[in-house]
Design a protein around this ligand. Structure first.
Ligand code: AHR
Length: 492
């Protein structure tokens, strides 16, 4: 197969928000208890963190960590999870089943985020909670004065404020089947304004992520909440039908781009200063910076697997190609995608799986590490001609998915290419690459086939191969191997 890529370093799309490399942990199944955290395990440290898991999570270099949900947030009272562990309230997990003993609460989450060097992102309870409870949480985390909840934090061993910048106002609030009670957008915005007001009074510097939904909801939300809507979220799961491999996966993955383009228009259509709703009453000035999209749940949901709600999915190499495509799409839309947190980090739809005695990095783990390392800091334009592949959904999808970036710090150019063809290598002509570069290196991730997978029953085995190859310049052509993820890096 043959293709071409023409990059243009002078056509800058936008700086890439480091926050797109985030992760998400929820009190759901074994995501936290039995995943991140396992008291009494010989694999855990004195704090109860699984050391083998932490070592893998650290490799992801998450920029943001979201907690405690997800849907769980709709019934979560943060005060259950602070103070001496023996006194914490164990509660039935009314959303996902089982019991949450709350030994992993706010202080543990902040400590874990700090260990990862990730910015903490907390989602507040707009289901069974109140605006006052949410504002108290801001005070507990960020308060600096001699006040009740700031002092509670100090008493719990944290003298310095946590400075939590990112706060989610609820989660999927339009969703009917769970504990959501604000499914009408007008009801939601009325309540959300009250939350925003009280929380900002505790700390005016905090940023809000507001839950998006369908087009009507988003348009109204953006209008009504404009001054405090730093991010509008969209949750994007590629929910492939059971055992439908490898087939329609890429069609669904590519749908993320359609979703982003649609939301970009919704955001652009906003007229700042002409907001409706409660903004005038609450006296918030119109926002100066554009609203960004937060993909604060992004993942591959196969509807099969072990554990609660069959969420412990096993991923093959094809899913890794889908994951890499997700990152390419977010980079291509760096002008509007401001944050993303992968749903989720451990055991639940996750790159890391655990058993009582071991843990593994699944195939999807590798593109996450790869993109974090090779993505550069600024997205640029590229014109791509690619052959198509036919898939089970009877549509054609691009074989090559391509994004180009630069690293403004050292002037390097990076071309990120996913060859999604299951069998064919793709010979590709390259244009727009300046003669100023003195070195070029190809970094490649691959596996023996698209169905190759790591297995928790064989934790020492790894099907993913990583290659690095110096290339001669000038480079006018490169052959991307079948089912590969490649970064061509040109340095000056
Ligand atoms: O990530 C699993 C669940 O998926 C989250 O709790 C919810 O927000 C979403 O529907």
């Amino acid at each position: 197969l043959e293709a071409s890529i023409d990059v243009d370093v002078n056509k800058v799309i936008a700086p890439i928000a480091p926050e797109i490399f985030g992760q998400f942990i929820e009190h759901l199944g074994r995501a936290i208890d039995g995943g991140v955290y396992e008291e009494g395990s010989t694999l855990s440290n004195a704090k109860g963190y699984r050391k083998d898991v932490l070592e893998k999570v650290q490799q992801l270099r998450a920029s943001v960590l979201r907690f405690p949900g997800g849907t769980f947030t709709k019934i979560y009272h943060w005060t259950d999870g602070v103070g001496p562990k023996k006194d914490r309230h164990a509660r039935p997990n009314l959303i996902w089943g089982g019991v949450t003993n709350n030994h992993f609460g706010t202080d543990e989450f902040i400590d874990y985020s700090r260990t990862l060097n990730a910015a903490p992102y907390l989602a507040v309870n707009m289901g069974t909670g109140t605006a006052e409870e949410a504002a108290n949480w801001v005070e507990y985390c960020n308060g600096t004065r001699d006040t009740y909840y700031a002092n509670m934090r100090r008493k719990n061993g944290n003298d310095k404020p946590f400075n939590v910048k990112y706060w989610g106002l609820g989660n999927e609030e339009s969703a009917e089947p769970d504990a959501g009670r604000l499914q009408n957008v007008k009801e939601f915005t009325k309540e959300a304004w009250f939350y925003a007001k009280l929380m900002k009074l505790q700390d005016p510097s905090i940023k809000f992520i507001l839950p998006g939904a369908d087009d009507t909801w988003n348009e109204q939300l953006l209008k009504d909440m404009n001054p405090v809507c730093d991010y509008i979220s969209t949750h994007y799961y590629v929910s492939t039908p059971k055992r439908d491999v490898p087939s329609s996966l890429f069609g669904l993955v590519d749908g993320l781009e359609t979703q982003i383009i649609k939301m970009k228009k919704q955001i652009a259509d906003l007229t700042p200063g002409k907001v409706t709703g409660f903004s005038e009453w609450y006296r918030f000035p119109p926002r100066q910076q554009a609203v960004k999209i937060s993909l604060d749940e992004l993942g591959i949901w196969e509807h099969e697997g072990e554990g609660a709600y069959h969420l412990e999915n096993a991923y093959n190499w094809n899913h890794a190609l889908g994951t890499a495509t997700f990152y390419n799409i977010m980079l291509r839309h760096a002008d509007v995608v401001g944050m993303a947190t992968w749903a989720q980090t451990v055991n639940v739809l996750a790159p890391i799986l655990t058993s009582k005695t071991a843990s593994i990095a699944q195939t999807v783990f590798y593109p996450m590490v790869f993109y974090r390392k090779h993505s550069g800091d600024t997205a640029i334009a590229a014109i791509v001609k690619t052959p198509q592949i036919e898939m089970k959904d009877a549509k054609e999808h691009a074989a090559l998915d391509v994004t180009a970036t630069i690293n403004s710090k050292d002037g390097s150019l990076i071309i990120l290419v996913v060859n999604r063809h299951a069998e064919a290598d793709t010979k590709t002509s390259l244009a727009g690459i300046s003669n100023k570069y003195r070195s070029a290196t190809a970094y490649e991730l691959n596996a023996a086939s698209v169905l190759a997978a790591n297995d928790i029953k064989q934790p020492k085995k790894n099907v993913v191969t990583e290659k690095e190859q110096a290339l001669s310049l000038p480079l006018r052509e490169y052959t991307f191997k079948a089912h590969s993820i490649t970064a061509l890096v040109f340095k000056g």
